[in-house]
Design a protein around this ligand. Sequence first.
Ligand code: OSB
Ligand code: MG
Length: 401
Amino acid sequence: MLISTADAILLDLPLVEPFAAAHGTTRSRTVVIIRLEGEDGPVGWGECSALPAATYTAESAAGSYQLLTDHLLPTIVGQPLTVATLDPLRRQHADAPMAMAGIEMALIDAQLKTEHRSLAQWLGATSSTVPAGVSLGLAPVDQVATQARALVAEGYRRLKIKIEPGHDRAVVDAVRTDPTIRDLVAATEDRRPDRDPTPNFELHLDGNGAYGADDVDLLVSLTSSGSTAGADVLEQPLAPAEVNAATQLVQRLADRWSNDSGGLGPVPVVADEAVATMGDVERLADRRAITGVSIKPARVGGLLAARAMHDRCRELGLRATAGGMLETGLGRRALASLAALPGFDLTGDLSPAGRWLATDPWPDLTMTAGQILVPDGPGVAPEPDLDLLDHHTVRRERLSS
Ligand code: OSB
Ligand code: MG
């Protein structure tokens, strides 16, 4: 597509409630949207999901907006561009995966709308629904328990809860011993009979790298084993640099599992912050420091890189989960489409954006009976509500050829 117009739009969307994690608290969702228009008509929308502050990775919404308007969009405007010809620019800006993911998404959206194809179909999705999963921020234990009850009542059967040192065991115990949650889960028909000892319910813990080498014993003790229900997945518990400790953790969980008689595999240790590139996956898999990856299109540079990582995880026998970035409905639709690939064998961050966004220019994901419907319309998402978009626009810059 010959790019005739490129817009960067800095949106500020109010959150339903603040979202806290070990890396900081988010109060409103500042997010960058990219609009690309081709000479011959197609329009595509992409989301750069960098967070308001550079707390999770080095990218931030304001920084990405600057890079896009100063450099990336001026470079592509007036040029013929496809997802394939984007590679030189990607290599040049390997340190800006979220900005590049936004450009890529807009290109894919325009291309697929022209072809009347859905993103899920284009990516090779094999299912029309994916299990819903929801994340809970750091909060006092009683608040976590109250939220967890409400979310299980809404139909979620996978909760991902943020933990940090000193705020972990009490969280696991509160959720695992809650009678309301137990009754709600027991009333659900069997969807995951493989997941003894607590079929139909998965507890993921996300440490955002807040733990260190001395915490391996503690982390092991937080996980499910035999008839004891704990965490079913550990996401990035250890700091990314703690590779030796991660290898120990993986080994300890494997030993723990082989000492059990249950049918479960070892509790997966899933990398988030530690994996930016395929090289990171190879290196951590070689070191046996991970057994899975949270694949976030934004963090790895886009949907194509995410799909390639998914494929490689399958070859390597690694588990995979589709990771979220508190996106708008646009980014969330992309995530749900990706999550329908067959190698995503752990429930992902698949909740509608309305869980955190009080308003959203994009139509939200649909959730029924604990499942998210994989979008099947043309492109990544339907057109946004342009009035809402304007209303929440903080800055906008248009480049034309
Ligand atoms: O660590 O997984 C994380 C959001 C932004 C940045 C990092 C993370 C998260 C989440 C939210 O956990 C998950 C979601 O989008 O549902
Ligand atoms: Mg995470």
